[in-house]
Design a protein around this ligand. Structure first.
Ligand code: PLZ
Length: 448
């Protein structure tokens, strides 16, 4: 992939991280912005592209975060920039619900073609991932005439009221923000590393528990939908065992329950396929997408079976900005880039480069309890005691902090805060990946 012109693809440390200008701006941030909005690494960014973030002190950081899995095609990817610039000069907004435009229809057509399954589909566009999830629930309830929604332990679906109810983790997402939406039920997740009787039993036992709990505590005939992230994101990059998703999908179908795949983090080439469901041959009834879809502009979608999507009464779905023309233009540029540059393959190449290094690290540092993920969505889970698998959030924070100080942007995740996750933009060159992994290794050596 060609990075945008002008940003040299190399790490540069001019000052301490964060530098003095960032520190100054951060003081202004603290005076102007609600302290409820926190920042993981307060370096203030001026430009970004390829695999590099340039800050206002002239430092160049290696990006292993993609703004939480958003800049899959890279920041300011050339085809995104070109389309957005043209669109913003043509018109910026009409409201699709009033006087529509072609770009929205083209994005819907692309989603219907690219998402799993070759059945008839329809799409609707929104602004954020949480809004897409809310609408998927509305559509599922409307089309089934049922109310209950089943979500999983460790799930993350957003921060709005309904999606907080779907999200599992209290701190920081839900604490003191209740009461939450009703008719949401939670079941155990198939989490191989932490499955009580061992990873080998996880698929069967987790599936049996899921079926038994929905039957006993909700009732199949009351259940509109089961919502699952095919690889859980914020919850800790939990990859269910092979076959588990397919069994859940089959069981849903047998019971007239819709399966909603939340591919907001996993979608659009991130995991080495267009969608994570593709890897397992699973075809969900509804799929939510956002993040990587539009190269950094806010856009989200629900795509699903035509008869499900069309069951909603006319005018029942919408919003002032949903499918904004500039965001749609960005999506068309991002999708064109994914196709032209074969980004699913690029994500698989990143996995091939990354995973052996992570396994070597795990052999060297036994407090890396698990290495997991797929494509360019990879993680290590850290424990203080490998036998007892005691989560080690302090070590995770220390390693992440050391990476930041060395100019590598890393993110953490996990219900227990003990997962280091890696989500590089697919536009990052190999030598920056290798350099980032060297920094990670040094960070472990210093912290353990
Ligand atoms: N579903 C699977 O990963 C967003 C959240 C960051 P929005 N994940 C990043 C934070 O702390 O707020 C996400 C996701 C999955 C839904 C969402 C929500 O997407 O665009 O943030 O609303």
């Amino acid at each position: 992939m060609t990075p945008p012109p002008g940003i040299e693809q190399r790490r540069v440390l001019n000052t301490a991280i964060p530098g003095p200008r960032s520190a100054e701006l951060h003081a202004r941030k603290n005076a102007a912005v609600s302290s409820g909005v926190s920042t993981g690494l307060p370096v203030y960014v001026e430009r970004a592209g390829g695999g590099i973030l340039v800050d206002i002190d002239g430092n160049q950081l290696i990006d292993f975060g993609s703004g939480i899995a958003v800049t899959t095609v890279g920041n300011s990817a050339p085809r995104v920039v070109e389309r957005v610039q043209a669109q913003v000069a043509d018109f910026t907004h009409t409201c699709f619900m009033i006087t529509p435009y072609a770009e929205y229809v083209e994005v819907a057509e692309a989603l219907n073609e690219l998402t799993p399954g070759d059945h008839q589909k329809r799409s609707a566009l929104f602004n954020s991932g949480a809004e897409a999830v809310e609408n998927a629930v509305k559509i599922a309830r409307s089309s089934t005439g049922r109310q209950a929604i089943v979500a999983f332990d460790h799930a993350y679906h957003g921060r709005t009221n309904l999606t907080m109810a779907l999200t599992a983790k209290n701190m920081p997402y839900k604490h003191r923000f209740g009461p939450f939406a009703t008719e949401i039920y939670r079941v155990p997740m198939a989490y191989p590393y932490r499955w009580p009787t061992g990873p080998g039993n996880c698929a069967d036992e987790a599936f049996e528990l899921f079926v038994a709990q929905v039957h006993a505590q909700v009732g199949e005939e009351n259940t509109a939908a089961v919502i699952i992230e095919p690889i859980q994101g914020e919850g800790g990059f939990i990859v269910p065992p092979a076959g588990y998703l397919e069994r859940v999908a089959d069981w849903c179908r047998d019971n007239g329950i819709l399966l909603i795949a939340d591919e907001i983090q996993t979608g659009f080439c991130r995991t080495g396929d267009w969608f994570a469901c593709d890897h397992e041959g699973v075809v969900p009834d509804l799929i939510t997408t956002a993040k990587g879809i539009a190269g950094g502009l806010p856009l989200a979608a629900v795509t699903g079976r035509a008869e499900v999507m069309d069951a909603v009464h006319s005018g029942g779905l919408g919003g002032t900005y949903g499918g904004n023309p500039v965001a749609c233009a960005a999506a068309l540029g991002a999708i064109e880039t994914m196709k032209a540059d074969d980004l699913p393959q690029r994500a698989r190449d990143i996995e091939a480069l990354f995973v052996p290094r992570l396994r070597e690290l795990a052999a060297k540092f036994p407090r890396i309890g698990d290495v997991r993920g797929r494509g360019a969505m990879l993680a290590v889970e850290l424990v203080s005691d490998p036998g007892a698998k005691t989560p080690d959030a302090a070590l995770t924070a220390a390693v992440s902090k050391a990476c930041h100080a060395a100019g590598l942007v890393t993110l953490t995740a996990g219900t227990y805060g003990n997962v280091l996750r890696f989500l590089p933009p697919l536009s990052i060159p190999d030598d920056l990946l290798t350099e980032g992994l060297d920094i990670l290794e040094q960070a472990f050596a210093a912290a353990v």
